[in-house]
Write a protein that binds this ligand. Structure first.
Ligand code: DX5
Ligand code: ZN
Length: 220
């Protein structure tokens, strides 16, 4: 069976204190740390790049789940591999022509390859990436338009999760955007096992409690 993974989105953390924020999340029970990489082109926001991952890596052993909202993911594989990223999830919308090369390169740098899709992208578009010799190992279903934290969860995206779970019983399926105690049951019952949560965790008086609620919902 697939393992629950709770991944606080560090986009909602205090970037000026990233190392201590990461440590705090791990202490609160986080399994992964979700790192949102935005290039100001694929999405209308700009965040962090490989140098920040490299700095953070010196302070934590945690699994760094990197979500690349960038137009040219292939250019980032080598720097992210060197920086110590654990997972490298790219967007299908910008990788239709070179995903095979991309997946191979990600694996050769020792990272776990994942593919993400925006709300307007049909789930069928990731099927080819899950077949053949070199498949991706995770699908990240966006449940908001990528670019910003704190948006409203789109429940209609759960159809994509259900279709994927039925077709791929042991696949890691991640959901990202608007997840928290009030939306987690919809995602968990659809079959998501990796849960990204930014504002609901960082905005809570007791983040450990929120993380445990998310975990329990996925586990059941
Ligand atoms: C949005 C990012 C998300 C975001 C989630 O583009 O991919 O990871 O930080 O934040 P919340 O949980 O606040 O919706
Ligand atoms: Zn993300």
């Amino acid at each position: 069976m697939v393992q629950p993974k709770i991944a606080p989105s560090m986009l909602s953390s205090d970037f000026a204190n990233l190392a201590s924020e990461a440590e705090r999340m791990i202490r609160c029970g986080a399994d992964w740390l979700h790192m949102d990489i935005m290039d100001g082109h694929f999405v209308p926001n700009l965040t962090i790049g490989a140098p920040v991952i490299e700095s953070l890596r010196k302070h934590t052993q945690a699994y760094l789940d990197c979500h690349l909202m960038v137009t040219n993911p292939i250019d980032y594989v080598e720097p992210f591999g060197k920086a110590g990223a654990s997972g490298f999830t790219f967007h299908v919308e910008v990788s239709k022509d070179n995903w095979q090369e991309l997946v191979q390169k990600i694996k050769s740098k020792g990272m776990k390859p994942g593919v993400s899709l925006k709300p307007g992208t049909p789930v069928e578009e990731v099927f080819p990436l899950l077949e053949g010799e070199n498949p991706v190992e995770m699908v990240l279903v966006m449940t908001v338009e990528p670019g910003f934290g704190g948006q409203k969860f789109m429940p209609e995206m759960m159809d994509k999760v259900r279709v994927l779970r039925k077709k791929y019983p042991s696949l890691d399926i991640e959901v990202d955007g608007g997840l928290g105690p009030s939306t987690i049951d919809l995602a968990a019952s659809a079959g998501a096992n990796c849960i990204v949560a930014g504002s609901s965790v960082f905005g809570a008086p007791d983040p450990a409690h929120v993380i445990s609620l998310l975990y329990k919902s996925v586990e059941n």
